[in-house]
Design a protein around this ligand. Structure first.
Ligand code: FNR
Length: 184
């Protein structure tokens, strides 16, 4: 019996480096966590007029796949110093209808990754701002800003940097402790 973790990748790109980072974390994590990728790319934009019993099927199935999760791992790029719109939309879709948020109380881990040197700091912290309101305890340490990640994987998607691998392993172990502490 392991904890069920929904993994949400903020990039929709087929060759997303953030998705490779997410896969690496899944492979390095302790056995106490089992991971499922929950996709955000086909969610229609949130519009309260469409919500309720006749809400789009994509919203319903997204909410249903979050419901059983014991925790959520976000791995995201930074777009214009914030989170990609697709990820923000997913937060909004999951937060409604009012009083029925799918996120409430679920422990979260945040990893941001970037081609640049700042490691997606802006995205990481904008996401933290939303998670505070959504009542998701977001692990504070270790922080994970994966900078200059362009050369991190070889053409077989294997990680080429031992330091980053060690760091992601530590991050995953700390996240497992965090989930154990906060899971309902
Ligand atoms: C970017 N990128 C970027 N990088 C960054 O460090 N800070 C930023 O604010 C932005 N802004 C931004 C906006 C948009 C619209 C795009 C498409 C890209 C570059 C980004 O780090 C790079 O594309 C990564 O490779 C995205 O991650 P994935 O898609 O490889 O996971």
């Amino acid at each position: 019996d392991s904890y069920d973790i929904a993994v949400i990748v903020g990039s929709l790109r087929k060759d997303s480096i953030n998705r490779k980072v997410a896969n690496a974390i899944v492979n390095l994590a302790p056995e106490s966590l089992s991971f499922r990728f929950v996709e955000v790319g086909s969610l229609p934009f949130y519009n309260p007029d469409l919500d309720g019993e006749n809400a789009p099927e994509e919203w319903k199935s997204f909410r249903a796949s979050l419901a059983p999760a014991d925790g959520v791992l976000f791995v995201t790029p930074e777009y214009n110093r914030s989170v990609p719109a697709a990820l923000k939309n997913a937060l909004d879709v999951g937060s409604r209808p009012a009083g029925e948020s799918s996120w409430s109380g679920k422990p979260a881990g945040i990893v941001s990754g970037s081609l640049g040197g700042i490691g997606g700091f802006g995205a990481n912290h904008h996401l933290r701002q939303s998670l505070t309101f959504l009542d998701m305890p977001a692990m504070q340490q270790p922080e994970a800003y994966i900078g200059a990640f362009g050369g991190l994987f070889d053409d077989k998607d294997q990680m080429t940097n031992d330091g980053t691998r060690d760091f992601l392993k530590q991050f995953a172990a700390a996240f497992a402790d965090w989930v154990k502490l906060h899971a309902k």
